[in-house]
Ligand binder design. Structure first.
Ligand code: HEM
Length: 178
């Protein structure tokens, strides 16, 4: 029955996330309708908030995988990690990535007409970050089916990639070196 309870609370959590996302986009739409000319800084603020949430998850998830790789299969610890990883991915990382992309692309179109070497390089770096996101999502699925074959050391190395990409992305957008 514990499994059923877990599934139920997971479904409730997902419904809450879905409702929050709908409310969020309705509020953003209202802000836009109330003042389309003033919307750019609001969109930038929303973009940066989403970026912080996405990055928080992208830095924490591989750290969980490091510990999970060392936990015994079927142990209470391992099952707890599965729930933590799934919830982190579905309720924070996935929605934050979607919001980052939606508002980032809008800013790129509205503010820069998709022009600029720094912007093209930034989009390329964000595509790499999204690929790491996809890789981590696949890892969460494998861990949830007890099919992980990689050692903790592998996840420790993966843990560094989002940090490096984040540094590149932030320097590109703030310094705009080319
Ligand atoms: C999904 C693709 C993305 C696109 C197309 C995009 C595009 C943009 C654009 C056009 C701006 C406005 C720049 C300005 O007004 O000077 C911006 C702001 C910003 N972006 Fe992104 N972005 C994306 C993802 C990210 C990611 C992943 C990060 C960090 C890891 C990030 C960090 C920032 C920061 C910190 C700002 C504020 C910069 C400032 O106000 O000077 N963005 N983004």
């Amino acid at each position: 029955m514990a499994g059923t309870d877990n599934t139920d609370s997971g479904a409730i959590a997902m419904r809450r996330v879905a409702i929050s996302i709908v409310i969020f986009f309705v509020l953003a739409g209202l802000l836009f309708l109330l003042g389309p000319d003033d919307f750019y800084p609001w969109a930038k603020a929303i973009h940066v908030i989403a970026v912080i949430s996405w990055m928080a998850g992208m830095l924490y998830l591989p750290r969980l995988l490091v510990y999970h790789a060392d936990a015994e299969r079927g142990s209470v610890q391992s099952e707890t990690f599965k729930v933590m990883e799934r919830r982190l991915l579905r309720s924070i990382i996935n929605p934050a990535m979607v919001i980052t992309w939606v508002f980032g692309l809008w800013l790129a179109w509205k503010g820069f007409g998709f022009q600029g070497g720094w912007l093209h390089a930034k989009i390329a770096a964000v595509l790499c970050l999204s690929a790491v996101h996809g890789y981590l999502a696949g890892a969460v699925r494998k861990f949830s089916e007890d099919r992980n074959e990689k050692a903790a050391r592998h996840w420790r190395i993966v843990n560094e990639i989002p940090t490096l990409l984040m540094i590149v992305i932030v320097v590109l957008v703030i310094v705009k070196p080319f």
